[in-house]
Design a protein around this ligand. Structure first.
Ligand code: SAH
Length: 360
């Protein structure tokens, strides 16, 4: 999945295959920019402050956010320094073309300088590679892709699902092959588990034949890294993505090509591959920081004034454009469209007041 998506984002215009919230309405990026400005006030207006975006796509969200902030929060606009985490050279060029100033690009968060930070990421985590484990004959196999088909292999050394004693759910552990107790040639290796962070998933591992569990280690590492940064230097990170509130077993890998579901195996690098984001796993990984949400995207955006702002903008537009602005707001917020499956999660400094949109 990592290689297929790297090839995909490097060579394609992903927005021919799927549409994201910032491409649906300019108001999405505007309200997220204002969210960052309000959070910056709550942080005590640090100057300079890093405004980081992960996976900025065409740069639309950041361009809309900067425009709104320049109008409504000039102090924040002057203090902020834009840093973009983006691996695709093609998309970096698209971002440079729409942004009003020189920005710094990074392949990952590691090279983003330390300092007070506000981070935005929309539909970024769902593009990161997952690992899938499948239950076969009472044991767990890991599912790989080889020659354009799925293959399953017994789990060897490495991070693996770790069933805990009954009632304690499951965690992630390190599975190590050991020689049999006698060490005699021909004896089956025994496996020992060492329990590791993060804390365990609260639900039991599914036991049925063919049950699937997924892990997304890169997403978890980003949550942990962001938690360390905001706890040490101040700030908050806002992730918007789609997935369930609680860790849930199941196969969520999806390929999208030309706006339609596709077979993830037939053309690696030609379709966008995504998987559900496990918000509960992110929250568990963000130790040290305070986690707010997840809150359904519809509720979150409504609290940030999506409809009021769309309405104000619509009043200045011709009727067709005005109607499409209001329809776009509904598409992002209605529960049976993007309002419920999509969620917002914030990882913040423990002393920061509850950020806008996350009120209980
Ligand atoms: N946030 C944008 C784009 C979402 S598509 C929007 O809402 O429209 C996913 C984005 O993440 C693309 O910009 C893609 O190039 C980037 N991306 C995917 N995998 C990445 C990785 N491992 N590291 C950095 N960026 C990545």
């Amino acid at each position: 999945m990592a290689r297929a998506n790297a090839a995909y984002y490097a060579n394609h215009d992903p927005f021919a295959d799927f549409t994201t919230s910032p491409e649906i309405t300019q108001v999405f990026g505007e309200v997220l920019g204002l969210w960052a400005a309000v959070t910056w006030e709550a942080m005590g207006r640090p100057d300079p402050v890093l405004l980081v975006e992960c996976g900025p796509g065409r740069g639309t969200l950041m361009a809309d956010a900067l425009r709104a902030v320049a109008q409504a929060a000039p102090g924040f606009r002057t203090a902020l320094r834009v840093h973009l985490v983006e691996t695709s050279p093609r998309l970096r060029a698209a971002q440079a073309a729409v942004l009003p100033e020189e920005v710094a690009w990074h392949d990952d968060l590691a090279s983003v300088p330390s300092g007070p930070m506000l981070l935005l990421a929309n539909e970024f985590l769902d593009a990161l590679p997952i690992r899938q484990f499948v239950r076969r004959d009472g044991a767990w196999m890991e599912r790989f892709v080889s020659d354009r088909s799925f293959v399953e292999a017994p789990v060897k050394d490495g991070t693996f699902l770790l069933p805990l004693p009954p009632g304690e759910g499951w965690g992630e552990g390190v599975l190590t092959a050991e020689r049999g107790a006698t060490g005699a040639p021909g004896t089956q290796p025994l496996f020992s588990y060492a329990r590791t962070d993060p804390p365990p998933h609260p639900n039991p591992l599914p036991e049925g034949e063919g049950a699937v569990c997924e892990l997304c280690e890169p997403a978890r590492n980003i949550a942990a890294n962001v938690a360390t940064r905001v706890t040490r230097n101040g700030g908050a990170a806002l992730f918007l993505d789609y997935g369930p509130e609680q860790s849930a077993p199941g196969d969520s890998l999806q390929a999208l090509q030309d706006g339609k579901p596709a077979n993830p195996l037939t053309a690696p690098g030609e379709a966008d591959l995504t998987a559900h984001v496990d918000f509960a796993a992110l929250a568990r990984a963000a130790s040290g920081a305070r986690v707010h949400g997840p809150v359904a995207q519809g509720l979150f955006l409504a609290r940030l004034g999506l409809f009021q702002r769309s309405g104000r903008l619509a009043r200045t537009q011709p009727p067709a454009k005005a109607a499409s602005l209001m329809q776009a707001a509904q598409r992002l917020a209605e529960p049976d469209r993007m309002g419920r499956l999509f969620k917002a999660l914030c990882i913040a400094h423990p002393d920061l007041p509850v950020p806008a949109g996350f009120e209980p």
